[in-house]
Design a protein around this ligand. Sequence first.
Ligand code: F0G
Length: 464
Amino acid sequence: MPALTWQECINPNCRATYDIGEVLHGCTKCGNLLDVAYDWDRLPVPRSLKEFEARWSTRRNPIDFSGVWRFRELMPFVPEGKIVSIGEGQTQLRPSQRVAEYIGVDPARLFLQYEGMNFSGSFKDNGMTGAFTHAKLVGARRVACASTGNTSASMASFAAGLGGVKAFVFIGSGKIAFGKLSQALDYGAVTIQIDGDFDDAMERVQQVSKQLGIYLMNSVNPFRLEGQKAIMYRVLEGLAWDPPDWILVPGGNLGNSSAFGKAFIELQHLGLIRKVPRVAIINSTGARTLSELVNARGLQWNDGHVDDQAIESYYSYLDAKGIRAVTLASAIEINRPVNLKKALRTLQATGGVVREVTDEEILDAKAQVGAAGIGCEPASAASVAGARKLREEGLIEKDETVVCILTGHQLKDPNAAVNYHSAQGDAFKQAFDKYGVKKARFSNMPIKIENDLDRIIKLVEETG
Ligand code: F0G
C-alpha cells in the first residue's frame, strides 16, 4: 500500500518524493524546497471545521490543548502517540478599535492575531512543535538553527523543555534583539555568534548541519511549516470559521506566508472553506527582496515554473553592490529568504500582494498597537503598517474583514520601544538615523521631575 504521507519537491518538473522519515533540507535531485504531502482521499478529515470545536471539552488531553495539534487531522504526518508538544498556540484573535481607526477600517472587522502569547513569545512555537515531532521521530539528538532571534528562542525552549536534545543557535553579530538573545542564553542553547548577518548565519548552519548530521530547525524544514499552518486554523476558529478577506503578515524568511498559503490550498481542496483570504506579505524597505522581485521584476509562481534566473540575477546584483539587509525590524532583516518560492505560491493561490513599509511606518504602527494595550515587536507591526498602506491605496476596502498577524511579543525588543518613546536629540539620531527614522509621531515621553510632593501632585493634575 502506498504511503499516506510523504515529502515532495515543489518543482512541477521534478516532484521527487521522499519518505517521511528522511531528514532533508531540500530536494536532493533538483535542490528545490520540499512539502509534506498527504493522500487526503485516504485520510480521515472532518466534514466541517466546526467539528474541531469538540476538542475544547477535552483540553486535559495535551494534544487537544495544543493550539496546533487540536487540528491534527490537517497535518497528519505522525500517529498521535508520537506528537511532541509544550502546549503551544494558546493565542487570541483580538479586536482593536484604536488600531482599526489607525488603519482606516471598520472596528468590527479588524482583528489582531496575537502570536506573542506563545510560550516563547512568538509564532515560532507553532512550527517548532511540528519540527520537534519530526526530530523525535527520526531520533535526533542535536538540533540547530540560524536566527534573527525568535526561532532560536523557540528552539532553545523546546530543546530545554523536552530534554535529551542539545541546541545550537547561529546568530549574526549585533543583529539580535536583547529579549530574544536572553532567551536562548537562559534556555541553555550553545549560542554561536558569527561575524556576519542572518543570511551568512543561514548559509553556515545549513553547511554545518549537513556535515555533522545535526537536525536543522529552520523553515526549509517542511515540518516547521506544517505546524505554522495552525495559525490560520486558529484565525478561522476565532472568526467562527468564516474566512476573512485579508490576512497581513510580515515577510522575513517567508516561512509563515508559505505555511498560510499551504493551509488555504489544502482547506480549499478539502472543501472546508467558503473562500480563500488574500494574503498580503509585508517587507521592510530595508529588506525588500520579495517586494523587488514580485513588484518590480514581475516574478511569479507561474504554477511552479519559477524564473530561477531572475532570482539569481537579483542576488548577484545585491552582491555586486554590497547591499545587505538593514532594518530596525531585526526579525525580518533578511535579503535571501529561504522560502521565497513557496511564498510566490501563496501569492498565486490567494490572490495575494506584497508591499514594503519604512521603519518609521513600522514604529508608528507598533506604537498604535502598544497604545491599544496589546503591544508587539517591530517586525510584527509591519502587518499593521501594511494594512494602513493597502487601505490608503484602496485595495483593502473599509468594510472588509482584515486580520493582521502580530508575530512576536512586545517584550522581545524593549530597546526599540524605549528609544522610540524617550530618546531625544543625539540619542534619537544614534538609535534611528541608520534606519531612516526621523521622528516618533506617537512617542510617550517619560517626565522627569524633582522629588517634591507638591510639584508631583501639580504635574499629575495637569496631565489629567
Ligand atoms: N515576525 C517575527 C517576530 C519574526 O521573528 C519573524 C522571523 C518574522 C516576522 C518573519 O517570519 O520568516 O516566516 O517570514 N524570524 C526568524 C527568526 C527569521 O530567526 O526568528 P518569516
